[in-house]
Design a protein around this ligand. Sequence first.
Ligand code: GLU
Length: 294
Amino acid sequence: MASSSPVFRFAPSPNGRLHLGHAYSALANERLAARLGGDLLLRIEDIDRARCRPEFEQGIHDDLAWLGISFSPDARRQSEHFDDYRRALDRLDALGLVYPCFCSRQEVKDAVQRREAETGMPWPRDPDGAPLYLGMCRLLSEADVQRRIEAGELHVLRLAMDRALARTASEALTYRLFDGNGEEREVAVDPARWGDVVLARKDVPTSYHLSVVTDDALQGVSHVVRGEDLEAATDIHVLLQRLLGLATPRYHFHALLLDEGGQKLAKSRLSQSLADLRAQGMTPEAIRRQLGFT
Ligand code: GLU
């Protein structure tokens, strides 16, 4: 049920211990939720069964409790909701927007190199720097696809970006960006710059993009507060929301904590885990102060 009070969420992945960057993001959510009188949910983003570990998940709960951030009860664990992602994928498939791709990373790389050698021009990269998919598997015949799937060949499922954009051509692909001080503005997105994104991985029957969009909608999230490293990916999220008939939350992107050398948290004091800092006698109050949340 849609609730009238805002709903925020902090959504870490249990593939390592939380560090100060995570603390910053969780505290930014806490502060904005408090300011707008909203609820704060915790979501465990553990679709990657190979990298996520129970001790890291426990660590998330311990670290957040230690920091003194309270969440609404019952964190959602993505690994318990693969059916929801399957349904979203089926819906996109029924619209004719999904196709299987059997290419390995190496094949994709080689194809891009060949194309660049042929044309003498750089092939476009997505905002994360990866070359856009060249679309080789879109040329496979139905029979070929069937044969390879039946033979058990591993494949990802990709979004046919051109068809997805054609389908949403009459809609405004925008979201509201909020700053937490009452200012908002409309931002237009450009999903084409991501090309035919992967919606389900070879090893996992979903992807970050599909799960995050599905969960934000199912959990009634109205305000997403996350790092600016995910700002460009919001283009894909807005497109998926339109295709799936889901509401688009408001978004706020906070700056990332940088280490002393100006890098995203690396092997410096700043990237030490909260557990290590705690063991060294750091207090939650000191962390809040250091990160500007007092
Ligand atoms: N699970 C993602 C991460 O740990 C965050 C996802 C999001 O906030 O949309 O980076």
